[in-house]
Design a protein around this ligand. Structure first.
Ligand code: APR
Ligand code: PHB
Length: 390
């Protein structure tokens, strides 16, 4: 099998890259180790920055997003028994849209297949070869058989646990990382959200987040210990803890309903540099992870491949190599801005150490500043809605 750009991974990064290349008249094949059903049902993040929404519009993918996506113009910060709104749109002129990552994935798969694109599910990339030649090969397994995809370039969009990053020789990549002493327990519940906007709560028992997916579905998160087992969290315990951490404002209560899905996700910050080696270009979670507090993961993945799409277009259309050569440097500017913002939001909102009263006081001072100083609130807001240029 042969194509121009071989793409490993059908998450937002790989699928959007394939779609962008198609719009530029460049061929690609996407290899995805999971089934179509699996990637379309996997519950993940749900906040699109303005720039991501604009990208979906520009590339003809916004029909359902326009109908079902929910535009939010502010968020709430809840701490010390008070709730304060950060009016993001008033401060920045921009907004976010709540739309599940798997909905973006469904729309992208539908668009690729409708355009005759090749997305091979249950095709497991096992090895990349010839990355330092002009005809790299992706070895993959499908239906119990070994197959090869020959291409001009490989795009490694296969997430944190993928194979692509590992294909770079030792000593080339540098890793920067931080782990946090906590994880997030995420819950999807059939309960009408009790909020119009997302609520980020700092509580002495730990962080909680109230988000949503639709007028009928709530999405909630709790900070838990990193080694916590989901079996230790029966639904009643989850609701009790959510009530304790979120019902801190007089007269406010959350809506409960059947839990549809629950899981625990570790928190980490992670970047490898550079995001390219020879003919391998890495994008999305394959090269950087942020803790979800800043809602940046999917947006960074889309921003990476927007650059990569233009860079391949310049290569194939105008025989220009400069955008491909600059891809890593350009992408890393946004990556590091988001790294800082996600780390900052995480540090401000979570219980970091079991007993550190000094830390708690600093958090309260930071939160108070964020809700009282228009300058500081604007900094939060412009990062949250996404900076157009970094
Ligand atoms: N062969 C083929 N596919 C693979 C392989 C492999 N060896 N390894 C992993 N994959 C697939 C995974 O099954 C997954 O569908 O690569 C895809 C990577 O997709 P994502 O994990 O969604 O990563 P990305 O597209 O970079 O999007 C980042 O996902 O984890 C969230 O918070 C994160 O929102 C962010 C987004
Ligand atoms: C979500 O709705 O899944 C969500 C919202 C905001 C975040 C993280 C996740 O910061």
């Amino acid at each position: 099998m042969r194509t121009q750009v071989g793409i490993v991974g059908a998450g937002p990064a790989g699928l959007m890259l394939s779609h962008l290349l198609h719009l530029h008249g460049i061929e690609s094949v996407v290899l995805e180790c999971r089934s179509r059903e699996y990637v379309e049902q996997r519950v993940r993040a749900g906040v699109l920055e303005q720039g991501s929404v604009d990208l979906l519009h520009r590339t003809g993918l916004a029909d359902r997003l326009l109908r079902e996506g929910m535009r939010h113009e502010g968020i709430e910060l809840r701490f010390d028994g008070e709730s304060h709104r950060v009016p993001m749109t008033e401060l920045t002129g921009r907004a976010i849209t709540v739309y599940g990552q798997q909905e973006v994935v469904k729309d992208l798969i539908a668009a690729r297949l409708a355009a005759g694109g090749s997305v091979l599910f249950e095709a497991d990339a096992v090895r990349l070869d010839g990355l330092d030649s002009d005809s790299p090969v992706i070895h993959f397994r499908r239906d119990g058989r070994d197959e090869e995809l020959h291409c001009d370039f490989v795009a490694g969009c296969d997430g944190f646990h993928g194979v692509s990053r590992g294909a770079v020789p030792d000593g080339v990549l540098r890793t920067y990382e931080r782990t946090y002493p906590f994880a997030w327990l995420g819950v999807l519940a059939a309960a009408p959200p009790a909020v119009d906007e997302l609520v980020y709560a700092n509580h002495e028992r730990g962080f909680a987040l109230y988000s949503l997916r639709s007028p009928e579905i709530s999405r909630l998160y709790l900070q838990v210990d990193p080694d916590e087992e989901i079996a230790a969290w029966p639904d009643e315990r989850i609701w009790a803890e959510l009530r304790t951490r979120l019902e801190t404002v007089p007269g406010w209560s959350l809506n409960e309903g059947p839990v549809l899905e629950k899981s625990i996700t570790p928190m980490r910050s992670f970047v490898v540099e550079p995001m390219q080696w020879q003919r391998l270009f890495l994008a999305g979670d394959a090269v950087h992870i942020v803790p979800p507090t800043g809602a940046k993961g999917m947006n960074l993945a889309l921003a990476d491949v927007a650059l990569l799409g233009d860079a391949f277009a310049a290569w194939y259309g105008q025989q220009r190599a400069d955008l491909l050569e600059n891809y890593s440097t350009t992408a890393l500017r946004r990556v590091w801005r988001a790294q800082h913002f996600s780390w900052w939001m995480t540090s401000m909102l979570h219980r970091l150490e079991k007993d550190d009263p000094y830390e708690t006081k600093l958090q309260a001072a930071t939160l108070r500043y964020a809700v009282s100083s228009p300058a500081y609130a604007t900094s939060l807001a412009e990062n949250y809605v996404g900076l157009p240029e970094v």
